[in-house]
Design a protein around this ligand. Structure first.
Ligand SMILES: [Zn+2]
Length: 390
């Protein structure tokens, strides 16, 4: 058979079938046509030698900001995806109902990679949110427009996002969370809550979260985090037990090695690894999805598990496992290739804490919908604002 693209001799890790083997992948018409141990017969119009590299499903970033140029956070999803191995970005509320139509037309519909939006409860989304918290005035919540937008884009908008914390919800406290809860129940979609410095506290907000809801920035090291005297809080364990998901969301200030280490030592790994990549965090300690995954390898997580938490697990969290997160014949051909460097590497968290590891992942090829993405353009060359507005 003739393929459009064949990947040869990769160390294939497929979390969908929980398997790892050396083999080939044949791609045609945007989908995976063959996935075989050993050598695939037939040739590709384009062939990639992946010998000595791991081959995984395209990464699924549960927290990556993609609304370039609208608000200070957004990155170009294709340019970054091409260099990091990300083929699905779950955008965590960069747009709200008042800015969503532009997000759909100019980003979601135009991107080679898949962009799955979560709608910010605030109509303005993350426009100038560093200066004016998007939910610190109840007037930013337009319940009628929120419901109409969710209705119009059923099946596209995968959840509601609320940044809960001093700088975002501020004086409105728990009110946005109660409103968000009701909206999610009405549309049967998950609520993603960013946790940060209180108010509200975890003790206040966790009880309103249900199975399938997502807490992001779970290992942040700020006041009021998941640990109490070095141990995972009872409320956090109770939330996990009823099915609330805990996501990394590394970001510019929202990941702490000591917190992650203490939680994992107690048997509390994350449910998903994600970057919270945005215009600032990509330039500071988050850097890239493979870099964040490498930090978890340094904390002792095995490679297969790190891949699962960066592909299938986030795909499931937003109901996208039918299109991404695993390698399946007939599925869209979203595939990533990584070099695994071995040596002595030092990784840094946003507070400057370091940990050493012996493995480092580097993306070499990214294929989205069967197309090898162009990695020649630097996603940071084109900074949309002269000074940071995050
Ligand atoms: Zn974020």
């Amino acid at each position: 058979m003739a393929y459009d693209l064949v990947l040869r001799n990769g160390d294939i890790i497929d979390p969908g079938e929980n398997r790892r083997f050396t083999g080939d992948i044949g791609i045609a018409n945007g989908t995976i046509q063959a996935l075989e141990a050993g050598t695939l017969s037939g040739t590709g119009a384009q062939e990639i030698d992946a010998a000595g590299h791991i081959v995984t499903p395209g990464l699924v970033d549960l927290h990556g900001h993609c609304y370039w140029g609208v608000g200070g956070t957004g990155l170009d999803p294709d340019l970054v995806g091409a260099r990091h191995g990300v083929t699905t970005w779950i955008d965590p509320g960069s747009s709200g109902a008042a800015t969503f139509p532009g997000f759909k037309r100019f980003i979601i519909d135009q991107s080679q990679v898949r962009v799955v939006p979560l709608l910010n409860l605030s109509a303005k989304g993350l426009v100038h949110c560093g200066e004016v918290g998007e939910l610190n005035d109840i007037g930013y919540i337009d319940s009628e427009l929120n419901a109409a937008t969710l209705e119009q884009h059923r099946g596209l908008i995968a959840g509601i996002k609320i940044r809960a914390g001093r700088s975002s919800t501020g004086k409105t406290g728990m009110i946005p969370l109660w409103i968000g809860r009701e909206l999610c129940d009405q549309f049967s979609i998950p609520l993603m809550v960013h946790i940060s410095m209180p108010a509200p506290t975890l003790q206040e907000l966790l009880p309103i979260l249900r199975a399938g809801d997502i807490v992001t920035h779970c290992f942040h090291g700020k006041t009021g985090g998941m640990l109490m005297r070095g141990k995972v809080r009872d409320e956090v364990w109770a939330a996990r037990e009823r099915g609330v998901l805990f996501d990394v969301g590394h970001g510019n200030s929202s990941f702490s090695f000591p917190v992650a280490e203490a939680a994992m030592a107690e048997g509390f790994p994350p449910d998903s690894i994600s970057t919270d990549l945005h215009q600032r965090s990509i330039r500071t300690s988050a850097k890239s999805f493979p870099a964040v995954m490498s930090k978890f390898l340094a904390l002792g997580m095995d490679l297969e598990n790190a891949v699962r938490l960066s592909t299938l697990a986030p795909a499931r969290a937003v109901g996208q496992e039918h299109v991404c997160g695993s390698l399946r014949v007939g599925a869209p051909a979203d595939v990533a290739v990584f070099r695994v460097d071995e040596g002595e590497f030092t990784f840094e968290d946003p507070q400057g804490e370091t940990r050493n590891g012996t493995l480092r992942l580097e993306n070499t090829h990214t294929i989205a919908g069967g197309v090898l993405l162009d990695r020649s353009r630097d996603p940071l060359a084109d900074d949309p604002f002269p000074v940071s507005t995050i």
